[in-house]
Every structure is written in C-alpha cells, then in structure tokens.
Design a protein around this ligand. Structure first.
Ligand code: 5RP
Length: 298
C-alpha cells in the first residue's frame, strides 16, 4: 500500500479550463479513442499525412517483381514507412515482431490473376487483426466490377467488425475492367467507400480533377502508386496528389521496383510530409542512391 498523500499544497490550476483538442484527421472527429489512436499511428499527427508501403501484391499475383524475397528487400525499408500494408502471412513469416512500424493488413482475397478478380471474399477475422496489433485492415472494392455488391458487402462487414474493436478499414478502389479511370469514376468509388463506413480510402491519381475526388470524399484519401514509372514521374504524381488533397500515399511498385527502394521511399517521404518539390526530391533520391548499397545477406 502506498502511504497516504497528505501534502497541503496541490496544483489544481482551477483557473485553467481543460482543453478539448479536435482530432487532426478529416472526418475522424467522432470516432472512439482506440480508432483515433490507431489512425494517429498510420497518419503522422504533425503533418497529417502518411507514407504507407504496399507489399500485398502476392495475395493475388504471387512473387511479384521486387517482392520475391520480402525478408531481404522489404524488411530494410520498414523503418522508413509510416505503415506497412501487407498480408498476415507475410507479417507473421518475415516481418520482425520487434518493429515499431504499424501494419495495415490486407483482409480480402480469393481469386488469383488467373480468375475474375472482383470475386473476392473476406480473407481474415478481425480478431486476428487485433492479435497482430494492426492499425487497420484493407479491402478491395470493385465498383462497376462483376462482383461489385459482394465486394462492397465484404467492406461493410469489415467496417462493422472493425467498430467492435476500434480498428479502421481502408477501402481500396479497384478499377473494374470496363470502367474508365477518371475523376468521375473515382468520385463515385471513393464516396461509396466512405458513405458505407470506410475510415480511409485508397485510390489512383488522375491528372484531371483529382482535387474533386479528395474534396467530395469525407474521409482521408491515400494515393495508390500503380505501375512502375520513372522516379521523377512517380515523385511528381505523389506531390500533385498531396497538393490536391490526398492525406498521403500507399505506394508499392514505384518504391520496391525502383533501382534504389531505400532512396526512393525517403524521397517520397520528403514529398508527402514536407511538400518537397519533385525535382528536389529526385536530387535527394540520386544522392541517397549513390550513398547506399542494400546489403543482401548470404
Ligand atoms: C492491389 C493493392 C495494392 O496494395 C496496391 O495497389 C499496390 O500498390 P501499387 O499499385 O503502388 O504497386 O491494393 O490492389
């Protein structure tokens, strides 16, 4: 038992009202503490942005170029990442549990690239996401796709399960085969995800009207990278997306298929968190690339 606290003088600061501070993230003011805290681990509260590293491609594509050995090529990037977007299989098998970097887990799956991709189902229990100390789960939503309703149902079921434990859901807008990738499509797809409960949405960048996509989506949008581009183009795309309202990026191939992934992720961080201009970020990329040789242990 601690001894009784008999101090005469205590500091109650009666004249200073307790301050209520607004939560920093768009649309997230009404969530419970655990949900907000997890979001504050994915998005940096100082910049309001995130650089997520997407390495979940194997869940339908197998050992994608650059991800053949996640232990050797991706684990060294984890310290530069705000949140690792991966499958639970990769997390358990190769990501050291001592990492301080939060994870967001791919929670939908089913078909491989050999089949109809929109025919996904929920691929993990929310209980396992809690067990893995996840800060979110991601689910593919195929607006306009053959299994549109099923994929939206996957998302809404995960949103309900997430609210039970305080875990946010990332709705990932997958482009249906016959849909045009334009602002009109992404306004539709991102808004559906948010209206049906996703606390964050991932979508592709479009050069025309991206600011209308971010403006009409009431929750944070993170930009997906898409296929590998020259570094200057990928940095420019990330810069524009953030300037036009994105709360960061969830990039994969444009980082891990770069000549120097560790240099590229640091350059992307500067663009996202510090609004560094793409040409300066490219210079930084080149400098870091010349300084760094990624060790591959035998
Ligand atoms: C797949 C995904 C991936 O995480 C993401 O699209 C891959 O990132 P990138 O396009 O930047 O390689 O959601 O549908």
């Amino acid at each position: 038992m601690p001894e009784a606290d008999n101090a005469e003088e205590k500091s109650y600061f009666e004249d200073i009202p307790q301050r209520n501070s607004a939560f920093f993230l768009k649309g997230a003011g009404a969530y419970d503490w655990g949900m907000q805290n997890r979001l504050a681990r994915v998005f940096n509260p100082d910049s309001g942005k995130t650089v997520m590293l997407a390495v979940d491609h194997g869940y339908f594509m197998g050992p994608t170029s650059g991800l053949e050995r996640i232990d050797l090529k991706i684990v060294p990037l984890v310290p530069y990442t705000d949140a690792l977007f991966c499958t639970r299989g990769i997390l358990r098998s190769v990501v050291p549990a001592a990492t301080r970097t939060p994870n967001v887990l791919r929670a939908s799956g089913g078909p491989s690239i050999l089949k109809e991709l929109s025919n996904e189902q929920i691929a993990m229990d929310m209980e396992d996401a809690v067990r893995l100390n996840s800060c979110g789960v991601g689910v593919q939503v195929f607006v306009g796709g053959e299994f549109e309703t099923q994929s939206i149902n996957n998302m809404t079921r995960l949103v309900d399960a997430g609210y039970r434990v305080g875990l946010p859901v990332l709705g990932v807008t997958a482009v249906g085969k016959d849909m045009v990738r334009d602002a009109k499509y992404f306004r539709l797809a991102t808004r559906i995800c948010a209206e049906l409960g996703a606390q964050m949405v991932k979508t592709y960048y479009v050069p025309e009207g991206f600011e209308t996509v971010t403006a009409s989506c009431p929750v944070p949008i993170v930009m997906a990278g898409g296929k590998k581009l020259p570094e200057i183009d990928a940095l420019t795309m990330a810069y524009r997306a953030v300037q036009e309202g994105a709360a960061g990026v969830d990039m994969g191939r444009n980082i891990f298929q770069s000549d120097s992934p560790v240099a590229m992720i640091q350059a992307v961080r500067k663009v996202v968190h510090e609004a560094m201009k793409p040409e300066h970020a490219l210079e930084l990329f080149r400098t870091l690339k010349s300084e760094f040789t990624q060790p591959v242990e035998a």
